[in-house]
Design a protein around this ligand. Sequence first.
Ligand code: SF4
Length: 355
Amino acid sequence: MNDKDTYRMHTKVIQIGDRKIGGGNPIAIQSMTNTKTEDVKATVEQILRLEKAGCEIIRCTVPTLEAAAAIREIKKQIHIPLVADIHFDYRMALAAIENGADKIRINPGNIGSTERVKAVVDAAKERNIPIRVGVNSGSLEKPLIEKYGGVTAEGIVESALDKVHMIEDLGYDNLVISIKSSDVLMCVKAHELLAGKTVYPLHVGITESGTVNSGNIKSAIGLSLILSQGIGDTIRVSLTGDPVEEIKSAKLILRTLGLRKGGIEVVSCPTCGRTQINLIDLATRVEKLVEDYPLDIKVAVMGCVVNGPGEAKEADLGVAGGIGEGLLIKRGEIIKKLPEDQLLPALKEELDHWS
Ligand code: SF4
């Protein structure tokens, strides 16, 4: 399948605040705050950190009317579209819309009667804000569990499409769909099934994927299998941890799949018996250093001066460690020999020069 034929080229374009998703627009990176939404100051602080890291759409939970009211204040102080996450209480959805949410995420299955869903749909329609229809494997309806003999990809897809049809029947098609499962392969299969059955953009994520380490691995596997089939218009890496880590991981996944350009890629050697420097510390510091540079280059961090320069050949810039000293390398050429403590400042100087 070439790029032109991918599902994501043909999904409906949906506008969330000033951001467009679907129809071949760049895959948007999302995250979710883990502050109390009612705490405007803490929530804004976190969103600004997420924005700086590269978050493009933010979701906040709205469990109370106070949280819904906070959305109005939060929105004044942030620069990316805000999605209100609603569970169970349709009045929170109405209040979030009233207070300027750019999109709402609901599971119509847990909102209650059709009248309540209609009230939410009418309010969204009035302001023309999209509704994300979210279905999780954990909340799959009993009849679908029985029909498919358990929680299955087929059941998740049928559940999501039922909800979508319900909203379409209410006269609204400004929709995004998300289907989630913590079972990575079930999640992949569900996306494969769903992509051929809908034109709405898909928000892709592996839910409850775990702490930073296991979450990153599960998300990278799941998202890669889905995205590389041309499916997915917006993504979230869910981690139990600082949401800024979600953004870093999402960017790396997209870059690795060739679905996004920009940002410095740091490559470092795995270390071996020849390593002559505290490479783990150096690589960590280099990773931190490059975060603020808007360059689209590769920086290598190598553990020895014997093989390091050769192995760093494909990088634009590199450092290789020796005993108490190291090398600064530019496109495979050694340009400076420096004391170990001068390596990082020299790399910074070079990056400043390139910016
Ligand atoms: S660059 Fe040097 S230290 Fe790093 S893995 Fe290769 S040989 Fe080992």
